[in-house]
Design a protein around this ligand. Structure first.
Ligand SMILES: NC(=O)C1=CN([C@@H]2O[C@H](COP(=O)(O)OP(=O)(O)OC[C@H]3O[C@@H](n4cnc5c(N)ncnc54)[C@H](O)[C@@H]3O)[C@@H](O)[C@H]2O)[C@H](O)CC1
Ligand SMILES: [K+]
Length: 239
């Protein structure tokens, strides 16, 4: 099967990958090349913050889950706060239940004096939200969206504020593009490293963020890759 490609404004073709292939890319980057997950996450969070600035920079609500997607959102929350954005935070679980990279990122925010609300009521009740960051679920979605994430997604859509989704709109299967029950309806999506096949044909603008993965990673996996970014840190993509 021919590789599906997205295109940059300069007409560079970028291969689209499934969640499974993206996971392999991450694994090679970490295990064979020695790039730590937190390094990639820092780049993701910073670029995501830059996109929030482009949409509106007064006040942001970051909605985060407990995986790599949530970790990137929490890193973004830190960058936003450092740049004087009024940030509020909502998690899909109690902070004590966070694990791994998401727990690490959250602990830093706590020390900065930023603490999270939990659940859909905290999304609906948050005051002055000019933009929402959707970092609930990325390519790690497994099956139909369950509560509390499902209720959080409905509450995010119900706010009517512009939404910037990280990697994949939460609730959309990264590989197939299927809506697994309920999904965030973003005003833009910022996907990481390579576009996911499930993002093809979506109506919101799609951006690809450079999270620092060198081309040797793609070469090791026989993924045909030409630098799509030029000298920039992100690029718009068309499918
Ligand atoms: N190279 C890269 O692209 C990098 C991507 N990163 C980000 O990491 C995520 C993938 O991380 P992972 O931990 O594998 O999974 P997610 O965060 O996407 O999902 C886990 C999260 O979602 C909840 N969840 C999963 N399925 C369901 C469901 N059916 N119902 C309800 N909730 C669900 C689960 O409980 C967790 O909270 C990728 O998308 C990128 O954003 C890395 O940060 C850097 C490298
Ligand atoms: K997301």
């Amino acid at each position: 099967m021919a590789t599906e490609r997205f295109h940059t404004p300069a007409d560079v073709g970028v291969p689209a990958v499934s969640a499974e292939t993206m996971r392999r890319v991450d694994r090679v980057a970490v295990d064979e090349v020695g790039i730590e997950l937190r390094q990639m996450m820092e780049n993701a969070g910073r670029t995501l913050a830059a996109h929030v600035f482009e949409v509106d920079s007064d006040s942001a609500l970051v909605v985060a889950g407990n995986g790599g997607n949530g970790g990137g959102g929490l890193a973004c929350a830190r960058h936003l706060a450092n740049h004087d954005v009024d940030v509020s935070l909502v998690l899909d679980r109690e902070p004590e239940e966070l694990t791994g990279a998401a727990a690490h990122q959250y602990r830093i925010l706590e020390r900065m004096g930023i603490t999270a609300g939990v659940g859909s009521g905290a999304v609906s009740g948050a005051e002055s939200v000019s933009v929402v960051v959707d970092a609930l679920i990325g390519y790690g979605l497994t099956g139909r969206v369950r509560d509390p994430a499902a209720a959080l997604i409905r509450a995010v859509n119900g706010r009517g504020a512009p939404v910037v989704s990280l990697d994949v709109p939460s609730g959309i299967d990264a590989t197939t593009g299927d809506k697994l029950g309920v999904a965030v309806d973003p005003s833009r999506t910022v996907t990481l490293a390579l576009p996911k096949t499930g993002l093809r044909g979506r109506s919101e603008p799609l951006f690809l963020a450079d999270i620092g993965i060198p081309r040797t990673v793609y070469r090791r996996l026989d993924i045909e890759y030409v630098n799509p970014f030029g000298r920039a840190w992100w690029v718009k993509l068309a499918s």
